[in-house]
Design a protein around this ligand. Sequence first.
Ligand code: ACM
Length: 689
Amino acid sequence: MKKRNIFHIVLFSGLLMFGISSCSESRELDLIPMPRSVEHHRGTFELSPETRFYTQLSPESKQALAHYLEGTALGRISFADEATGTKGIELTLCDTTLVPDAEGYRLEIDKKGVRLSASTEAGLFYGVQTLLQLLNNGDGKSLPAVTIDDSPRFPYRGLHLDVSRHFFDKEFVKKQLDAMAYFKLNRFHWHLTDGAGWRIEIKKYPRLTSFAAWRPFEILNEWWTGGRTYCDQNDPRAVGGYYTQDDIREVVAYAAERHITIIPEIEMPGHSEEVLATYPELSCSGKPYVNADFCVGTEKTFEFLENVLLEVIDLFPSEYIHIGGDEAAKNSWRQCPRCQKRMADENLASVEELQSYMIHRIERFLNEHGRKIIGWDEIIEGGLTPTATVMSWRGEEGGIQAVKAGNQTIMTPGKYCYLDAYQDAPNTQPMSIGGYLTLEKAYSFEPVPDSLTTEEASLIQGLQGNVWTEYIPTPEHAEYMIYPRILALAETGWSPAEAKDWESFHARALHAVNYLRNQGYNPFPLDKEVGDKPESLRPVEHLALNKTVTYATPYSKQYAAQGDQSLVDGVRGGWMYNDDRWQGFLNSDIDVTVDLGSETAIREVNAEFLQLKGPYVWLPKQVIISASTDGENYETLATVGNDISPEVETLQFKTFGWEGNTTARYVRYQAQSNGIDGGWLFTDEIIIR
Ligand code: ACM
């Protein structure tokens, strides 16, 4: 693909030397996201020193656009006061009959000039991004003659950033907003609060930023194992940071100039250790460093959250405020007399309903102040109100449930949208939280599940890439995880589903990575991608293929892979345990027997396991392989020990097997767990030859 483009450029400039304009109907524009409709014409428009912008936009909008364009490929073009006739770039606010979509635009380029029309300034802005990409991906001055009619598939195209686990300063955020705008993303979900640090100045509660924003450890893992305490800002060990309210206003304005809405997230009721260490009266125990969830029984919690939200509302014009809602343990509520009294007073049957009581109450408060809520999909559990938007992260199920209940949803399932997962062979990558999400896999995401009706599908607002930063301590590392995968989601969020084409996208993403690098970003080097685990790329042939497996120990429903046939289906696992190819066993040995159907000469039995310390995935302590002709009496063929310690931090693979000569109908494979509570064993195939 890349070669074809280079060929075209060479051919194209050759023709220009002879004064012949070229038209290649098949030439694909080097744009991300790909526009809805492109019509190619003959020739090009050449930017020259005489080229001027002409627009009837208000003086303020004109000035804002000129300011935005400074330093870009269109930065040297000045605005003429009158229509230029020819050789101009004309920006027109048209009516919605020509461009109905609020973010859409029509771009007409011919030899005489450029006409960009949109019914909103946002539409004009996205047309300008298309112009910028055409120039940046070309020679910087020639624009191909085309007519583009473009508009996004979804209204919500987001990037999330967790600034609690590691703090990223406002300049970093602004830099990412620049890239977001360039790729037509329009929502920045700012995860401002979490147990690892509070990051937004709240005037009424100064200890949130003089204490809860700082921790006495540089390395998050050391903080985690070292007591998870906070410290004063002026403590010499203090690591962390926060945004002042002026910083927030500056970033919000910067985003608005780029037609990006910032959605702030204030976490509740869980992930709130930093608040409860600072204001322990808001927790069930009343003591610091005991609870993670706000006490829902005390009115003080509501007073605090409402006061915080009042300041948040003042800072963020967004219609939506994200109130978290994920992963609350809810355990303290079961013992807390105040929470129990609340449940009795409000007729709440479960702690899930108690969580909903809190979410609904906060939602009412925000509604009264003209705002709506977004929450992680746990907010469904105790019942939804009609105006809540659900962010579906634990798969797509939450989103499906939400739209079936008539609620809007934003799709951000971990499997496709969590940009903290490994993006290439893990042992070639910086340590990550786990998971495996290649660019191709991210690109394969379809946000609208097949099972939905048209009406339900219309409630899917879009999608979002999430950057959780437990393992991402630096700005360079964050960019490495964001780019280019967010581009795959940007195209999925904007381009029509039927226009998506992986080969084409991959070629354009390679160019985009170069562009980003030249702009001072640190994208993953896509041209050096190693790719999937070689064994996983093709089926393996062996004697046990499609034979019967009897499980003396059950596999986990959560990691069933393809069920009872998984270990003999010829399909090998990839780099990560959660790819539906590895079968998982929780707190258990593996004891399985393969029936070959008849007595068979065998010379090899093996199975591979993986180990990843973070999620408690371990290699077996030892493996016993035995064989039998009658299924009653087994002869041990091999007992194989493990020489890899569970302390090893990096991903490990190890094959445990036997080689020899015997005849058997039944082969029993037993893998002994190392006994660590909550630990997993994962294997993908019992290979018999
Ligand atoms: C989440 O990843 N806990 C929303």
